[in-house]
Design a protein around this ligand. Structure first.
Ligand code: FES
Ligand SMILES: [Fe+2]
Length: 426
């Protein structure tokens, strides 16, 4: 049974304690679909570069609802619910394609790219028998159209026709950072997909968690991509739901992968930071392309989008919920159309950082499944989220021993779910 109010859910008003049952409860999950994924949010559905030509389409999901995203004749974007107006079959089953109409496999009702119902086999029956009655109005039975907007080539869909514009939703921080990573025409290099048997909110916590990065991921600390001793920090937008966690290169390890000071810091915590090394470090290289020295960052857009730079590996992630105990991640790996041969090769090698078997990402999936198992039947206990401090959810921090963006996520979550505690931090 669902608690009636936020005061019954949260042990603290600053979201520093999260009850485990919120990751497993079926009724709460149904409410999340309605209030978050089908509510006042923009959901990431892919990159425009995936469907460049008239008639190109892709199929994906918003929440658990299948959708079709396609390119209109005038270059615009169209988003439709992928469910036939006749008796509900999924009209498109391919992941990608190019067609000027969509025809359902079941009884071949046919729709225009815009979703209008334009063809019904045996509409008037055969020899005057059967078929539809004369008053049947095709206009009422098209595919349901959804609002779609794109910012610098990242496409987002909302079920809420009164939703604020996408740029307003993203806010200045993400407008600036998306413009940075999408700074010129992009080239899709590939996709990775993974189903993770855990709750979708554990993934949102994980990607906002700078504390775990160099402790769970040996790769980061061993090769210096992310160490607590590197300069870096966290930023939150005004809503606290979107976050940006970043890491600058370690100046002391400019010429080698080893920073003795950092090795000492980790050794004092029992972590070996120098267990292995590489004979050929080309794979970890960095080809500078921007006006700053940022090498590793991960941005989270509430509720399901992420964009990331890890040295020269650029990617977006779309998270799709699949019930309270499972979700899917789609990584889209990209570079720029004008990348030279050497850089294109480096990007492909560095794509090994991410994905189901990624040198870094594989451990996130493993730990999320491990957590889901550990608290599957727990109705009373809660997690502790107070690295970086309790109380106000501060928008900027200059350290990475920090769980503040996680509390920001929960604050936005509680607001959208109408489950804020009285006087809850925002
Ligand atoms: S369900 Fe699609 S045509 Fe019948
Ligand atoms: Fe991680």
């Amino acid at each position: 049974m669902l608690p009636r109010s936020g005061d019954e859910i949260w042990p603290t008003k600053d979201y520093s304690r999260i009850p485990y049952w919120v990751f497993t409860d079926e009724a709460l999950y149904r409410q999340e679909l309605d209030k978050i994924f089908y509510g006042s949010t923009w959901n990431y559905v892919g990159l425009e570069a995936e469907i460049p030509e008239w008639g190109d389409f892709k199929t994906t999901y918003v929440g658990e609802t299948p959708i079709i995203v396609s390119r209109a004749r005038d270059g615009g974007l169209i988003a439709l619910v992928n469910r036939c107006g006749h008796r509900g079959a999924m009209v498109r089953r391919e992941r990608f394609g190019n067609e000027k109409t969509h025809t359902c496999i079941y009884h071949r009702w046919c729709y225009s790219l815009e979703g209008d119902l334009i063809g019904i086999p045996f509409k008037r029956g055969v020899n005057g028998k059967g078929g539809l009655e004369k008053g049947f109005n095709e206009k009422e039975h098209g595919l349901k159209r959804l609002r779609i907007e794109s910012f610098k080539g990242m496409m987002f869909v909302t079920f809420d026709h009164d939703m604020i514009s996408l740029p307003d939703y993203l806010g200045p921080l993400n407008q600036e950072q998306i413009s940075r990573i999408m700074c010129r025409p992009i080239k899709i290099l590939g996709f990775q997909k993974q189903v993770i048997n855990g709750n979708w909110k554990l993934y949102q916590e994980n990607l906002r968690d700078t504390y775990h990065a160099s402790l769970l991921h040996s790769f980061f600390v061993t090769f210096g991509l992310d160490r607590v001793t590197n300069p870096g920090g966290t930023r939150l937008d005004a809503s606290k739901g979107h976050s940006f966690v970043f890491n600058r290169p370690d100046p002391a390890a400019a010429d080698s992968l080893v920073n003795e000071e950092s090795t000492k810091v980790y050794a004092s915590e029992g972590v070996k930071a120098d267990r292995v090394s590489l004979e050929d470090t080309w794979f970890l290289g960095f080809h500078p392309q921007y006006d700053d020295d940022m090498r590793l960052y991960l941005a989270c857009l509430f509720p399901n989008a992420h964009y990331q730079q890890m040295n020269n590996c650029l990617n977006t992630r779309q998270m799709i919920p699949r019930g309270p105990n499972s979700f899917e991640v789609v990584w889209t790996i990209f570079g720029y159309e004008d990348d030279g041969e050497e850089l294109a090769a480096l990007r492909k090698h560095q794509a090994n950082f991410i994905g189901p078997a990624g040198f870094v990402s594989m451990e996130d999936a493993e730990v999320i499944e491990n957590m889901q198992t550990a608290f599957k039947d727990e109705r009373h206990a809660y997690s502790v989220v107070e690295m970086g401090g309790r109380g106000p959810i501060i928008a900027e921090s200059d350290n990475k021993v920090n769980e503040i963006p996680i509390r920001g996520f929960w604050s936005k979550y509680a607001r959208l779910m109408d489950l804020e505690p009285t006087g809850g931090e925002r």
